[in-house]
Design a protein around this ligand. Structure first.
Ligand code: FPP
Length: 217
């Protein structure tokens, strides 16, 4: 292990390749998602153990609703189930869980409920932050922040001259530091609308490995 390695403060991961990993084994895509979640738990522990303070993952994009009904339903049920599991782990390990994305339809009511519940139950945990992007799109996040700012200007709560890069970031879904290191597994070299405002200065890493096999090494 290189002891001089500079540990990033905020790591982002675009979880990609669950479906292809399962297909290679002659299994349904859903099997890959279950394995992806098991891997995410291991990987998150490693990331926080190494001194990273904030971990953001892309679990479900606004575009992902275009997948088959069967896969979307499977993932929504998996989220309800696994987010509860994450809450328990986070409370034991000083991790605050936050969610980024549109907490509204087409997300099912039980997913919206579990998201709000977990944010409330982990809100005082420090120092680590686990940001899970669900029903998320980076361009929507920027548009939503702009709307909130415009409303405050119209209500005379904010002056146009107050708007700057730092203030703008406080109106995003969560007030997080910039992403220093962005990983996308599976060999795809695209950012696919992930945290567009926060990755302005990120270093990118695109390993060929499918997500269920992307380990600490
Ligand atoms: C990426 O592989 C998988 C997703 C975008 C689905 C959701 C992620 C998980 C189930 C793991 C994390 C879980 C939680 C609860 C945070 P893909 O389906 O895009 O794979 P492909 O590109 O090979 O089709």
């Amino acid at each position: 292990m290189n002891e001089d390695l500079k540990i990033p403060n905020h790591v982002g991961i675009i979880l990609d390749g669950n479906g292809r990993w399962a297909k290679m084994r002659g299994k349904p895509r859903t099997y890959g998602h279950t394995k992806g979640f098991t891997n995410l738990k291991k990987l998150a522990k490693h990331v926080f153990d190494r001194g990273v303070n904030v971990l953001s993952v892309y679990a479900f994009s606004t575009e992902n609703f275009k997948r088959s009904k069967e896969e979307v339903d499977f993932l929504m049920n998996l989220f309800v189930d696994k987010f509860h599991e994450l809450e328990k782990i986070s409370n034991k390990n000083d991790i605050k869980i936050v969610f980024s994305g549109i907490k509204d339809k087409p997300l099912p009511d039980d997913v919206i409920k579990v998201i709000k519940d977990i944010e409330e139950k982990t809100k005082n945990n420090k120092p680590f932050v686990f940001n899970i992007c669900v029903n998320y799109g980076g361009n929507y996040e920027i548009v939503d922040a702009t709307k909130k700012i415009a409303k405050e200007v119209l209500d005379n709560k904010l002056s146009i001259n107050d708007i700057n890069v730092d203030l703008f970031s406080k109106y995003l879904y969560n007030d997080l530091p910039p992403v220093d290191f962005l990983i996308r597994t599976s060999g795809e070299q695209r950012v696919s609308n992930f945290m567009l405002y926060q990755i302005a200065y990120s270093e990118f890493y695109f390993p060929d490995t499918y997500f269920p096999e992307f380990d600490e090494k």
